[in-house]
Design a binder for this molecule. Structure first.
Ligand code: NDP
Length: 297
């Protein structure tokens, strides 16, 4: 017997920056019925041409579907858009993929819940071109039931989803932990590019070396993580005093080339403070204690 035809899955996407546009496009690729809303209407044009519907108001966008994906700059943008439409939140599941602090995520989730909606916090770990791909991943936290129910739709956005627990702040926290690694790492690369450029060397020329450098970071993380958790900061592999000297060489190389030194100066300052705290002979992993503001012994 032929099986009954499945209803067309549907979703509302609010927020059409580069991310929201990529998400809406991924849903269209998978045959979803997609309703859109965005403060700037023109960002929906290409998606509407592909068959998406632009709702007349945020309220109508909410009313169109039970599942509502938010992709906004931050949670303040959520209030700006949804406060005037809040009567329509009851019965909706809001998957908020906007970046913000864990506290803002918890408060935003309470606000949606008090209005009769369900909130899931998410943190997407890939840039727009990787949205809709199988290996891309997103952190989620909030009610397990809502995550389980909507998991197939969530895994249209990224093929993998990493549910961290009921606490709405956890996905935001995990996202921020990734960002505190991502942004400074890329700024470090920009610093290298600026220093190379001062010597007539292009970004493309140093790209393979930078890529190899980043690829090797996993080794350091795997090596130091269990030692840090065990409180082991022995200087058997590296010593802070060596790191301090090395960072001084970096700062001087930049200064000699007439390049800005603010970023390497900040790193140098960390090494200096660890040495001043009396840990010059230990591993530079000691810096974790300084950053955690634990009392120095
Ligand atoms: P953008 O900041 O470019 O776009 C965000 C959207 O928020 C736009 O639709 C914008 O509307 C809307 N918006 C912002 N402020 C307001 C407001 N006060 N009122 C109404 N609408 C508002 O972000 P992205 O699309 O790049 O990213 C979305 C989220 O995803 C962010 O939280 C970001 O941190 C996160 N993210 C982004 C990645 C990336 O590589 N882009 C990677 C991983 C996560 P309008 O179009 O009218 O300006």
């Amino acid at each position: 017997m032929p099986s009954a035809p499945q209803p067309t899955p549907s979703v509302t996407v609010i927020g059409l920056g580069p991310m929201g546009q990529a998400m809406a496009a991924a849903y269209l690729d998978r045959g979803y019925d997609v309703t859109l809303w965005n403060r700037t209407r023109s960002r929906a044009d290409a998606l509407v041409e592909r068959g998406a519907t632009f709702a007349e108001s945020a309220e109508k966008a909410l009313l169109a579907n039970e599942l509502v994906v938010l992709s906004l700059t931050d949670f303040d943008a959520m209030y700006a858009i949804l406060e005037p439409a809040k009567a329509a939140l009851a019965g909706r599941t809001v998957v908020n993929l906007s970046s913000d602090t864990p506290e803002k995520a918890r408060a935003g989730a309470r606000w949606v819940t008090e209005l009769g909606g369900t909130h899931l916090t998410g943190g997407v770990l890939v840039p727009p071109p990787l949205i809709g791909t199988a290996d891309a991943s997103t952190f989620y936290s909030g009610p397990r039931e809502a995550y389980d129910k909507h998991r197939p739709a969530l895994e249209v956005i990224t093929g993998k989803s990493d549910y961290r627990g009921e606490d709405q702040g956890l996905a935001a926290l995990m996202y921020q932990l990734n960002m505190v690694i991502f942004w400074p790492s890329m700024i470090a690369y920009w610093q290298a590019v600026a220093m190379a450029a001062a010597h007539g060397i292009t970004a493309a020329e140093i790209a393979p070396y930078a890529t190899e450098n980043f690829a090797g970071m996993g080794h350091f993380i795997d090596f130091y993580a269990p030692r840090i958790d065990a409180g082991n900061h022995a200087g058997d592999v590296d010593r802070v005093s060596m790191g301090l000297a090395s960072m001084e060489h970096v700062v001087h190389t930049a200064a000699d080339a007439g390049v800005d030194t603010a970023f390497p100066d900040a790193v140098l300052d960390v090494f200096r403070r660890v040495v001043e705290a009396g840990h010059g002979a230990d591993s530079f992993s000691r810096a974790v204690e300084l950053m955690a503001k634990k009392e120095e012994k």
